[in-house]
Design a protein around this ligand. Structure first.
Ligand SMILES: Cc1cc2nc3c(=O)[nH]c(=O)nc-3n(C[C@H](O)[C@H](O)[C@H](O)COP(=O)(O)O)c2cc1C
Length: 184
């Protein structure tokens, strides 16, 4: 299955992430966990999260970028769920070989993420800790799916991004089925 970990502190106020996650909900095998809905007190059920990850072949981290990083509860989720002896270390490899897709939205435009832009660096520079978190746990880091300028893009452009993300997951499912030799 595909485990979509959505980390938006105010899901009902989201525009970009809501459009993205809504485009995936009815795909086969997709399970969405809205972290802030499920764990409003930050008391993460580590056993349940690890069980969901164990069942997943593709893990999606979806969130708005906050201060060049992930919202606090997703960071806490990494800290608790990616435990020593389970995700890494001591011969453990619970996440090894699973695909990982990072889906993020930014307020900053692509131009803002340039050497001459307000953020002074390409967006890829800020991706490194997230990418390395996946790689350290021996996950396969897929090409990230980033929506820049989330406040500026219109409804049609946002809908196009959402459709592109849906196609991306449909493509992943089809490729997985081909590899496994079972029909979709
Ligand atoms: C606390 C906070 C920090 C933010 N930090 C950044 C940032 O570092 N870089 C950026 O491009 N946008 C930043 N933003 C803008 C959000 O990324 C943007 O509002 C979000 O992607 C829009 O998605 P949504 O419609 O799902 O809420 C920040 C917004 C908030 C509220």
């Amino acid at each position: 299955m595909i485990y979509v970990v959505l980390a938006h502190p105010y899901p009902s106020q989201s525009r970009a992430n809501r459009a993205l996650v809504d485009a995936l909900r009815d795909l086969p095998e997709v399970e969405v966990c809205s972290l802030y809905d499920r764990y409003p007190d930050f008391d993460i059920d580590v056993v349940a999260e690890q069980a969901a990850l164990a069942r997943a072949e593709l893990v999606v981290w979806m969130h708005p970028v906050y201060w060049y990083s992930v919202p606090g509860l997703l960071k806490h989720w990494f800290d608790k769920v990616f435990a020593y002896g389970w995700a890494y270390g001591d011969g453990s490899a619970a996440l090894s070989g699973k695909d990982c897709l990072w889906v993020a939205s930014t307020g900053g435009t692509l131009e803002a993420y340039a050497a001459t832009g307000i953020h002074e660096r390409p967006f890829g520079d800020f991706a490194r800790p997230i990418e390395e978190t996946a790689r350290f746990c021996r996950m396969n880091w897929l090409e990230p799916f980033i929506v820049h300028g989330a406040h500026e893009i219109g409804e049609a452009e946002l809908a196009a991004h959402a459709a592109r993300l849906r196609e991306r997951l449909q493509g992943w499912l089809a490729a997985r089925d081909d590899r496994a030799g079972h029909s979709p």
